[in-house]
Unconditional design. Structure first.
Length: 470
């Protein structure tokens, strides 16, 4: 029986505004094997009433039909067309192209229905089909024109995150950034500092890399004689970041005692070094990050560490840092940025190109270690290619090189790939409102396997569903 509270929630729930409805279709160009880093204007292609893809403009087009002209000798004059269908669906038609069109590594015979996130291979070029809201489209346009981070993004999820970070940067409030290992949490924390205009330094500390018993003294410092080895005073990181920003990565690894003292500092901005009785007022902005989710676990007692999604963080600490944390998507969910990222990592050797199979393999890889893994792989491949010839499959690790011939699952991930971590599975449950079927489709895994992982990590899908559906 539906409770009165649930009936009230349902009654007052308003429909999505026109800005929030996902009804704008895009083809976001990842890049080309010959030029992975495309200009902003070429990365964004709006489908509208249809999108013609080819090397030459069509002789006749209907109103509202857009054209994506690709400077690519492997693309036919009139290569492919994306066509709207009833009920918001979209089909891709191959127009008899000489070299073919692929969607998710399968050749298109005549036409194929496009899903959100589908990879489209045309000649040397790769694109990602997306259906976005007007808010997401505006955020993408803004970041392509004026990137918030070191690389402009065309990812809807990351563009929205960058929009929030950009607007919050000018304030002095704390921020909590959530994302898998290697997605670039420190990169975007540094971007927040640069955009804030704060005159002090940007300092970063990985709380997981410091012995737990030393975290407190590293943060707050100590006075001479505070303990047996304190022969002279040592300033803490908070003191060294005076007037600037202190980035606390993997904050969930901090001891509960250190979290309590940090929480006290966040409340009154006063710090007392170990061995001192005189507090000092400090002007420091705290940006924290975790890879284990950004909300306290359900039913966690107030003030206690939460293990059900908070990554070891006290729930009152989460509330102080950011009750609505900012999530950075993993690389596998923002493949549209892969070409720009490759160009950024290879900027010291700007003439480096890829052979078509190698670039395709990079786009099909699942990237379990995210942007950090991409940087290492393309930098190593450039060295192996000696910078004088295109990067080939032989220059890539074997698991990535096999991607072009592997059977493809949903969203470019192969069945039998690596199991998700607890943080990855939690993020997917949150994204799909606890819908296990959607999570299994995203991972390209059987639903039974996803349920086994949910049980293993102690994650309850019902805790991620909207309250009016819980």
């Amino acid at each position: 029986m539906t409770s009165p509270a649930d009936q009230t929630r349902t009654a007052v729930k308003s429909p999505l505004s026109s800005d929030e409805r996902r009804d704008v279709a895009l083809l976001l160009m990842v890049g080309s094997a010959e030029a992975p880093g495309l200009s902003a204007s070429r990365r964004l292609q709006i489908v509208g009433n249809g999108l013609e893809i080819g090397r030459r403009p069509p002789e006749h087009t209907r109103p509202g039909i857009n054209v994506a002209l690709l400077d690519d000798t492997l693309v036919s004059g009139h290569h492919a067309r994306i066509v709207p269908q009833p009920a918001g669906a979209f089909d891709l038609h191959d127009l008899g192209s000489k070299n073919g069109t692929w969607v998710d590594n399968a050749r298109v015979q005549r036409n194929v229905a496009l899903r959100d996130g589908a990879l489209v291979f045309v000649g040397n070029h790769v694109g990602v089909f997306r259906v976005v809201s007007a808010l997401e489209l505006e955020a993408i346009k803004n970041d392509l024109v004026q990137p918030f981070g070191p690389v402009a993004t065309s990812s809807p999820a990351l563009a929205l995150a960058c929009d929030r970070l950009r607007r919050l940067a000018a304030s002095d409030g704390e921020l909590l950034i959530v994302g898998e290992t290697g997605v670039g949490k420190e990169v975007y924390a540094r971007a927040v500092h640069l955009a804030s205009g704060r005159k002090g330094r940007f300092l970063a500390i990985n709380c997981a890399a410091i012995p737990r018993e030393l975290v407190e003294s590293e943060l707050f410092g100590y006075r001479a004689g505070a303990h047996s080895t304190a022969h002279q005073a040592k300033p803490g990181l908070i003191e060294e970041a005076e007037g600037g920003t202190l980035f606390l990565d993997e904050i969930g690894e901090m001891t509960p005692e250190a979290q309590t003292k940090l929480l006290r500092f966040l409340q009154d901005r006063e710090m007392t070094p170990l061995g001192s009785t005189r507090p000092r007022r400090m002007d420091v902005r705290i940006v924290a990050a975790t890879n284990r989710g950004g909300a306290a676990g359900p039913g966690a007692p107030a003030g206690k560490a939460s293990n059900g999604g908070g990554g070891g963080l006290r729930d009152d600490m989460i509330g102080r840092l950011g009750a609505a944390p900012i999530h950075l998507p993993p690389l596998r969910n923002r493949i549209e940025d892969l070409g720009a990222l490759c160009a950024h990592f290879l900027r010291a050797t700007p003439d480096v190109r890829f052979e078509q199979p190698a670039f395709r393999a990079l786009c099909l890889h699942g990237w379990p270690l995210n942007v950090r893994e991409l940087e290492k792989i393309v930098s190593t491949a450039a060295v192996l290619a000696a910078g004088a010839k295109p990067i080939a499959l032989r220059d890539l690790p074997e698991p990535i090189a096999r991607s072009v011939n592997a059977p493809i699952g949903v969203a470019g991930r192969r069945p039998g790939g690596p199991s998700p971590t607890a943080g990855q599975l939690e993020e997917l449950l949150r994204r799909y409102d606890g819908n296990v079927a959607e999570v299994s489709r995203d991972l390209g895994k059987h639903r039974a396997a996803v349920w086994r992982w949910i049980k293993k990590f102690g994650l309850g899908p019902q805790n991620f569903r909207p309250k009016d559906r819980a």
